[in-house]
Design a binder for this molecule. Structure first.
Ligand SMILES: C[S@@+](CC[C@H](N)C(=O)[O-])C[C@H]1O[C@@H](n2cnc3c(N)ncnc32)[C@H](O)[C@@H]1O
Length: 250
């Protein structure tokens, strides 16, 4: 907790997004990603491979946009920067490892924006004219802060809010897929809690019952190995990858 808090303090972010809790969430993610580095490595390698392949298959190489760029752990930034004339990284919070990485490339820029209202506002602006749009392990995260905000205010969130936010992001990707060169989506979909015998002791639908098409690739992400949430339990997320969202939607 202390490490997460300390990491979050160094991340510049607009006061509104800090107050909403995005900076705190980013600090928690940063701290866990470093604690669970070994367990996360296969997932991050899979994800980077999918993004690199989607980039290589994009014929026009003007602008690439990565939504949910965060720590850039699952983003092959150097590869994107080599292939594209411009790269935009979009997130509510750009933690300092991402800020340092960007300094290596004059044509990579950071856009601080809250994604959630579908095509409206910031997202449409950032993605206008993009040849490649990557949604990088963001989709399942979009409902977290809005739902937490209701809870923090002692109010009950509308029952469909999570599903609506997921659907709004997918609708935005559908719209981009009609105009952008290529849209690549990587998202975790379901959380399983397992015991040491491999039995599933709990599960959580991270998509709020919104159906996704058949993925081109799928893998397990051991997000909390044994010891992270308890000695005898671990959390595993099922990840879906769609290097070509338009083709997956057909
Ligand atoms: C699981 S991380 C994605 C992993 C990231 N690609 C990386 O390599 O670190 C989710 C990211 O989504 C961002 N995020 C969550 N909700 C968001 C929202 N509504 N608008 C913008 N960014 C959001 C978080 O700040 C976080 O960086």
């Amino acid at each position: 907790m202390l490490v997460a808090w300390a990491l979050a303090q160094f991340n510049p972010a607009p006061l509104r997004l800090r107050r909403l809790g995005y900076v705190r969430q980013s600090g928690l993610l940063h701290a866990r990603s470093r604690r669970c580095r070994a367990a996360w490595t296969p997932h991050l390698e899979h994800a980077r491979g999918v993004v690199a392949a989607a980039a290589a298959a994009t014929p026009r190489r003007g602008l690439a946009v990565v939504i949910g760029s965060g720590l850039l752990d699952d983003v092959p930034l150097d590869r994107l920067a080599t292939l594209f004339e411009r790269v935009s990284l979009v997130d509510a919070v750009h933690p300092w490892p991402a800020r340092l990485a960007v300094r290596r490339h004059a044509h990579v820029s950071l856009v601080t924006a809250e994604i959630g209202a579908g095509l409206a506002g910031d997202l449409a602006e950032c993605c206008a004219g993009a040849d490649l749009i990557v949604s990088a392990n963001l989709l399942s995260q979009i409902p977290i802060v809005p739902l937490d905000t209701y809870e923090a205010r002692g109010r009950v969130a509308p029952s469909q809010l999570g599903a609506q936010l997921i659907e709004a992001h997918l609708a935005a990707l559908d719209a981009f897929a009609r105009t952008a060169g290529r849209v690549c989506l990587i998202t975790d979909t379901v959380q399983r809690e397992e015991d040491r015998a491999g039995r599933i002791t709990d599960s959580l639908d991270l998509m709020f019952e919104v159906a996704l098409p058949q993925p081109e690739a799928a893998w397990d992400w051991e997000i909390a190995p044994y010891g992270e949430i308890g000695r005898h339990h671990r959390l595993v997320h099922r990840v879906h990858a769609y290097p070509d969202w338009r083709a997956a939607r057909r």
